[in-house]
Design a protein around this ligand. Structure first.
Ligand SMILES: Cc1ncc(COP(=O)(O)O)c(C=O)c1O
Length: 398
């Protein structure tokens, strides 16, 4: 039996570390979800969520995982047999979107991708321009592909859709970017933004979100895919008074209220900058180790996680288990075709400089113990990156 001391390092790209302040905020008696106290809680949380999505419109909160919120986005806006254009970015464009869409009876046009790049805006424009009779009803993109650490340029995707003068809805999965990477629902004219509680929002798993545009709301009035639990309309009505049509996840909402307060106190620009600093420092470490990052295009580097190849002939899962056994740290596994080839470092959510240094220290020691060929100096490179004058935390917070 191994004895564990100190805290476990949960450095998978979600669920992330839940701050003590959020844990304490949930440690209260569950209240009557039809009573006046709940109405205040519900109204406050629904209002406070808007800045997180950079929207003035409504945000639906489901007691669900992110996958549920993906299904909700589709069943509320689409009808049986509708064509949807899904851009292949990795495991999540595949399982969360393509598979679900097919099971729901949608016709999926799955635009192939290499898993090393994000959505190619020019390709979206070309495919939409070729769809002269506008049979494509929605374009679906994963903002931050959690399996690869590649962040798609959604503003450019929107520009491409407008350039093609195509009326398709834009549905975007921000499950591993919301609260970590700048995302603008209104400015980028996103119709449904899908998110979850367990990553940038620093909560335990259990809440799914749909931020919805006027256009999405109008589409939902005509959409014919079967739905009941997920139906927006039946939720929006009681939401106007802070209530839900079913028993909500009351204690998670206490936590969400606290997490949003924390993010507001830090300031959203600082939150995004903090995540960028950790991603830059992580890449500096990877480069010094002489290892390869999955993301090929520097414009698409993810701020919330970094996916790293182990050299040919080595097993990333063996490296991860060595690190777990020796240092009590969990890292993300390679998913789908990247299984055992890649490990992923999550650097999102409630996370600070010393946690990053500890994380990278654990990886560097693991590389040695597992005999994975690498060069020394990754942690030192990260320290350099973190202490460059204009990137010190003081500068971030000022
Ligand atoms: C980008 C993305 N989409 C969808 C999902 C599925 O979310 P969940 O596991 O909460 O159902 C995840 C989960 O990690 C994800 O990262």
């Amino acid at each position: 039996m191994s004895i564990r001391t100190g805290r476990h390092f949960l450095q998978i790209p979600g669920p992330t570390n839940v701050p003590d302040r959020v844990l304490r905020a949930m440690d209260y008696p569950t209240i009557d979800h039809r009573g006046p106290e709940f109405s205040k809680l519900g109204s406050e949380v629904l209002e406070a969520l808007r800045p997180a999505f950079q929207t003035r419109g409504p945000v639906i909160v489901y007691p669900s995982s992110g996958t549920g919120a993906c299904e909700a986005a589709m069943v509320n806006t689409l009808s049986p047999g509708d064509r949807v254009l899904i851009m292949e970015t990795g495991w999540f464009s595949h399982v969360a979107w393509r598979h679900q869409a097919e099971k729901l009876g949608l016709q999926v046009e799955y635009a192939p991708g290499t898993w090393r790049r994000g959505v190619v805006p020019e390709e979206v424009e070309a495919r939409l321009s070729a769809d002269a009779d506008h049979s494509i009803k929605a374009v679906i993109a994963v903002h931050n592909e959690t399996s690869t650490g590649v962040t798609s340029r959604i503003a450019d995707v929107r520009r491409a859709m407008n350039a093609a003068r195509h009326p398709a809805l834009l549905i975007v999965d921000t499950i591993s970017s919301l609260g970590s990477i700048d995302f603008r629902h209104d400015e980028w004219e996103v119709d449904v933004t899908v998110a979850g509680s367990q990553k940038g929002l620093m909560l335990p798993p259990g809440l799914g979100f749909n931020a919805i545009s006027e256009k999405a709301l109008a589409a939902s009035r005509k959409a014919r895919l079967p739905k009941s639990y997920w139906e927006w309309e039946g939720i929006l009505k009681p939401n106007a008074n802070g209530f839900f049509p079913y028993t909500p996840a009351t204690n998670l909402l206490y936590g969400l209220r606290e997490a949003l307060r924390m993010l507001n106190e830090e300031g959203w620009a600082n939150v995004f900058r903090r995540h960028q600093r950790y991603a830059e420092a992580t890449r500096a470490a990877v480069q010094a180790w002489g290892l390869e990052i999955v993301c090929e295009d520097p414009r698409e580097y993810s701020s919330s996680l970094t996916a790293i190849y182990v050299p040919e002939g080595h097993d990333a899962d063996r490296l991860r288990s060595t690190i777990l056994e020796n240092f009590d740290m969990s890292l993300g596994a390679g998913l789908g075709k990247l299984a055992s080839k890649v490990f992923r470092i999550g650097h999102l959510g409630s996370f600070n400089d010393l946690m990053l240094v500890g994380t990278l220290g654990g990886v560097e020691m693991g590389l040695r113990l597992a005999n994975v060929p690498h060069k020394d100096g990754g942690v030192m490179a990260a320290l350099e990156s973190l202490t460059v004058a204009d990137r010190k935390p003081e500068a971030v917070l000022s």
